[in-house]
Design a protein. Structure first.
Lengths: 352, 433, 298
């Protein structure tokens, strides 16, 4: 009744090819953006902003990057955290060594460094596929983290190897409050998500999906596997690199190798799988799930009054159980559930 | 029904703060009880909670009861920061934190200054935070890694008959290849140059479950001493691999995160003779007996296994509990007895802490830890350690007195490092009033 | 020279220990097509259950082992019922993610039931240098490692006999070849999966006991699974002899690299060296030494 396209006619190719063809969708998205930009910074508590929304946005960006590589291009990767680390360290070094460099430029350069590393470690994907590729990306993960630990130049010769990053500033304005950081992260993530969505809809995205579905057939019809796969690695690593830089600058405040461990790679992979492989919205939904669930379980256990050692172990068990549950109930992830919901809404209140 | 209510309550709590309880001192415990380091974490935080329960059973601090809330960080920097943000405004505001993790500590070191919540780092974390002029809200209590490394060299020198006798000796530095493991290198390098001993650095890739190649290298090098700077599974594996390669464990000196029952018990017979640093003199104390009597007997004990009472991590937790309560007590002397102290006031208490021998005797913990006297310049308060040895069943102190290393050297390094940090962050070093 | 032999032998023997864990992976991958990431958690759970039973009920090791085997069989039943059956025709990646979820679940369960403190496991073998070799050749090899190698060899022989000489083994091989054909000739797929996961659980117990006796039974046992991955890559995911050979190669090369190349680059390369080696190997032979050649059709 509410969600109908009746009466919405497209009169140009441009309007026919837009991302959200249904007007109600556009209104919903604009409302969401307005709320996120205006209402949230004014109304939300600092805890909500700095401990929930900012990591949610950062992880969505990283999940987006991994989704491009694993979901759209079909290359399973477990090295996401390593690319984030490269982005973080590179951005830190650019800001530290080139005084007065614009912050966004530092982030972009950090992302580009991650992209270069991504291309280098994506070369094996031309020969290896499936689980073997996943294991090969593990090599990336361990090797890159080792490099970052070993090379003192990268941490500006800090004694302990853990560096505190500089405060973010742009044109003299310091991003010190949670609201400012949140807005900066929100703008960067939204723009990059829009970019990703458009990339997926274009020829580039189609070439990735062709390689994912049947790479031999794709090669036969003229897609060049070398270029396509390496481009996927490059773009994905760029996204992960920017996410890593944001993770260091806007959330943790430090750059250390341990924060980018294998555990983080797995968490981001969970976000992609639970959110929906091959879906931009899925990255956001999955990130929300994975960020919120441990906190929620922690609070639940606390309010039930459980002893903390029981609570922590139960958290692990429930987390694992929920992952299995989700995979059984909806293997295509939360994005598919969302899609089913929208389809049902189009018919509502009629049954069919 | 209870579960549904709890779910709704939890969902509501996620954005809100907590209620303010008047005469209660709230502290935030970012604990970890699962994961690879959960064994140590459960002992440490168990000790703290046991001491708080004891203080409350004895009437609180001039009538003010301790309250706390735990939050599982899994030793993960991201979760630690989230836990800190969640707990810092609860119950009127947390007044003390100690994440027992260098990664998390680094992550919140800037936040604690803005939020005015003092953070202690008992025996870990940024060594240069001892300079209270640059880090007013951070307290690496009792002693930091740099002072521990210096004390290790002093102990080894004493063992050999004095600093000059160290010349020409070989010391292997077997370290966990992470930020933690590399912490001691500046001090050890400086002392190696000063006293002429050869420092061979051998890295162990985390987590350190496999050390055969490292110990074969050590066997070939035939050092006089091995300094084991490890954490978690690396320690027990090191001890066992040393045994497997026939290296005498008496020659191994571990850092204090490598010197607990969690490291020696799984090594079994191999750990006999192994030495490590500690800032607690092993043994029983009237305070521990009191905890057994008053807290565990009434069922409020935090450790599931009572055999762990008095173990290294438990005692370490009790020590921190004692220091926190003494800091709050000191703050109350100045700002009002029987009143709840704010974070700023507790900070003052921590900066003017004086737990001397008389006070220790009064609590029933004489000799359990070195006397602690902090000041604006010195947020550590001690720098003294002891060396203990595992006799197969328990730890025994083998240095009768507290050992202090070359504090002049560590002070110099510390000031250099903290002033560099101050320059980066545009902080003018000054004492807070 | 003797130092080189020591390092080499030490590496080969620790490679055998890696292979032990890898065999569990291979078993499950061969029979159910699932890459069981929870194998590390199963190793931890088995070792912890065994030690927990000894501590709690005061029984000897030889009674605790059969009891633990019963627990692992129960676990296999539960896994098949709750995880595998609902996910029967899903793509490999979904099953892989399910096993990661399962790994978390088992880790949490193990520590919930038995507590999180570190435990000691006493096996009747001492971890000291072998005296005979020490005296006569001045080579240091641990007795424990040698015993572990013998145990591994016995296990492989037992598994080989199981696969080739028994009806169940034949059914396992049939299922490994082709699920649908096996179903067509009447092999009960679900029961076979329970059998396979139980056998993998038994292998996990053996591995857990050996690793637990070496390093102490603690959470870090779950990371051994990560060390087994390069072994699997080298040897192929579907071959037990491949796991052994892969283990030997990885173990030896890792130790030799750490000793000879490590000091030149600052040490600590044991973490990534096996993976990079496996990666380079894959570029030459994408399915591993003994793995099934992947034939891809359009």
């Amino acid at each position: 009744m509410l969600y109908r396209e009746a009466g919405q006619f497209k009169t140009s190719y441009v309007s026919d090819g837009q991302i959200l063809p249904i007007r109600q969708d556009r209104i919903a998205l604009l409302t969401l953006i307005a709320v996120a930009l205006l209402a949230v910074p004014l109304l939300a508590s600092p805890y909500l902003l700095s401990a929930i929304l900012i990591p949610f946005l950062i992880f969505s960006l990283a999940a987006l990057g991994l989704n491009i590589l694993t979901g759209y291009a079909g290359q399973l990767s477990l090295g996401t955290a390593a690319f984030m680390a490269v982005g973080a360290y590179a951005s830190f070094n650019f800001v530290a060594r080139i005084p007065g460099i614009p912050l966004l430029l530092a982030f972009i350069l950090g992302g580009l460094s991650a992209a270069i590393v991504g291309i280098a470690f994506g070369l094996p994907s031309l020969r290896i596929r499936g689980f073997y590729l996943a294991a090969a990306t593990l090599a990336t993960q361990f090797f890159v983290i080792w490099c970052l630990t070993k090379i003192p130049y990268l941490t500006n010769y800090s004694a302990s190897g853990v560096v505190t990053v500089q405060t973010m500033q742009m044109f003299g304005y310091q991003f010190a409050t949670p609201q400012a950081k949140y807005l900066l992260v929100l703008v960067i993530v939204s723009l990059m998500a829009l970019l990703a969505k458009n990339m997926i809809r274009s020829n580039v995205g189609r070439s990735w999906m062709a390689i994912r579905d049947m790479d031999m057939a794709a090669e036969v019809i003229g897609f060049r596997p070398l270029r396509t796969k390496l481009l996927a690695f490059a773009v994905s690593s760029f996204y992960c690199g920017v996410a890593g830089a944001l993770y260091a600058f806007a959330y943790l405040g430090t750059v250390e190798p341990e924060a980018y461990s294998l555990d983080l790679s797995f968490r981001i992979l969970f976000m992609v799988i639970i959110g929906g492989v091959g879906s931009i919205l899925g990255s956001f939904l999955g990130a929300a799930f994975i960020v919120l669930l441990p906190i929620f379980l922690n609070m639940l256990a606390h309010s039930l009054g459980l002893a903390t050692n029981y609570a922590s172990n139960l958290e692990l068990m429930v987390f694992g159980g929920l992952i299995i549950f989700f995979l059984i109930v909806e293997p295509h992830g939360l994005a598919r559930l969302w899609q089913i919901g929208k389809e049902k809404l189009r018919l509502w209140p009629f049954p069919h | 029904m209870k579960v549904i209510k709890s779910i709704v309550l939890a969902a509501a709590l996620m954005g809100a703060g907590g209620q303010v309880l008047a005469a209660d001192q709230f502290v935030a415990l970012q604990s970890y009880r699962v994961g690879p380091y959960g064994a140590g974490g459960s002992g440490f935080y168990g000790g703290m909670i046991d001491y708080f329960n004891l203080v409350n059973a004895n009437g609180g601090i001039n009538g003010v009861k301790m309250t706390w809330e735990e939050c599982e960080t899994e030793y993960n920097a991201s979760r630690g920061v989230e836990c800190y943000e969640r707990l810092k405004t609860k119950n009127g505001g947390a007044t003390l934190v100690d994440p027992l993790s260098t990664g998390i500590a680094y992550g919140i070191v800037d936040r604690v200054a803005t939020d005015k919540i003092p953070m202690t780092m008992l025996g870990y974390g940024r060594s240069d935070a001892a300079n209270g002029k640059v880090f007013p809200y951070v307290f690496p209590l009792i002693t930091s890694y740099w002072n521990q490394a210096a004390a290790m060299v002093k102990y080894l020198a004493d063992k050999n008959g004095g600093y000059p006798k160290l010349k020409g000796k070989k010391i292997v530095y077997l370290y966990h290849d992470s930020a933690f493991g590399k912490e001691a290198m500046p001090v050890l390098d400086a002392q190696a140059k000063q006293y002429g001993f050869e420092l061979i650095k051998i890295a162990v890739a985390p987590p350190g479950s496999e050390q055969q190649s490292q110990w074969l290298q050590i066997r070939q090098a035939r050092p006089d001493h091995v300094i084991l700077w490890g954490w978690g599974v690396m320690n027990s594996v090191a001890i066992k691999t040393a045994q497997r390669n026939g290296f005498p464990r008496e020659k191994i000196l571990g850092v204090w995160w490598a010197g607990s029952e969690e490291d020696t018990i799984p090594s079994g017979e191999a750990a006999k003779g192994y030495t490590s640093m500690t800032f607690n003199t092993p043994g029983n104390y009237p305070l521990i007996d009191e905890i057994r009597k008053k807290v565990y007997a009434s069922g409020k004990g935090n450790l599931a296994d009572q055999g762990r009472i008095g173990s290294v991590y438990h005692m370490r937790g009790v020590t921190l509990g004692v220091l926190w309560v003494e800091a709050i007590r000191t703050a109350q002397e100045k700002f009002g007895k029987g009143k709840t102290m704010t974070g700023e006031q507790v900070r003052w208490g921590l900066e003017n802490l004086n737990v001397d021998a008389a006070r220790q005797k009064a609590i029933g913990a004489f000799g359990m830890f070195p006397t602690v006297k902090t000041s604006c310049d010195d947020h550590e308060g001690s720098g003294a350690v002891k060396v203990q040895q595992w006799d197969g069943k328990k730890w025994v102190a083998i240095t009768p007195n507290w050992v202090v290393g070359d504090k002049a050297l560590t002070r110099r390094l510390l000031e250099e490092s903290s002033l560099a940090y101050a320059k980066e962050k545009n902080i003018t070093p000054a004492c807070m009033q | 020279m003797s130092f080189f032999i020591e390092v080499l032998l030490g590496g080969l023997l620790s490679g055998v220990m890696y292979a032990l864990v890898a065999i569990g992976f291979v078993l499950i991958y061969k029979a159910s097509g699932v890459f069981n990431f929870a194998q590390g958690a199963m190793v931890f759970f088995a070792a912890l259950t065994c030690v927990g039973i000894i501590d709690k009920f005061g029984v000897s090791l030889w009674i605790a082992i059969p009891l633990t085997i019963l627990v692992m069989i129960a676990l296999a039943f539960a896994i098949e019922r709750v995880v595998l059956r609902p996910l029967v025709n899903q793509p490999e990646i979904t099953l892989f993610m399910a096993t990661i979820g399962l790994a978390f679940f088992i880790e949490g369960l193990a520590q919930l039931v038995w507590g999180s403190q570190v435990r000691k496991l006493d096996l009747p073998i001492e971890d000291v240098p072998n005296e005979y070799l020490m005296e006569h050749f001045n080579i240091l090899v641990s007795q424990f490692d040698m015993t572990a190698a013998i145990v591994c060899a016995l296990l492989v022989i037992a598994l080989g006999l199981l696969f080739t000489r028994t009806r169940v083994g034949r059914a396992l091989r049939a299922v490994a070849d082709d699920h649908q054909a096996a179903l067509a000739v009447g092999i009960p797929l679900q029961r076979i999966w329970v059998v396979v996961w139980s056998v993998a659980g038994l292998v996990a117990l053996v591995a857990g006991m050996l690793w637990g006796a070496r390093n102490g039974v603690q959470f870090a046992l779950t990371f051994i699974a990560l060390k087994a991955l390069p072994v699997l890559i080298l040897g192929g995911f579907t071959s037990i002899p491949g796991a052994i050979v892969g283990g030997l190669i990885i173990g030896a090369s890792e130790k030799l690299a750490e000793v000879y190349i490590g000091p030149m680059v600052g040490g600590g390369i044991e973490g990534w060296f096996p993976y990079v080696l496996a990666l380079l190997f894959l570029l030459v032979r994408p399915e591993g030494l003994f793995g099934e050649k992947i034939i891809r059709r359009i």
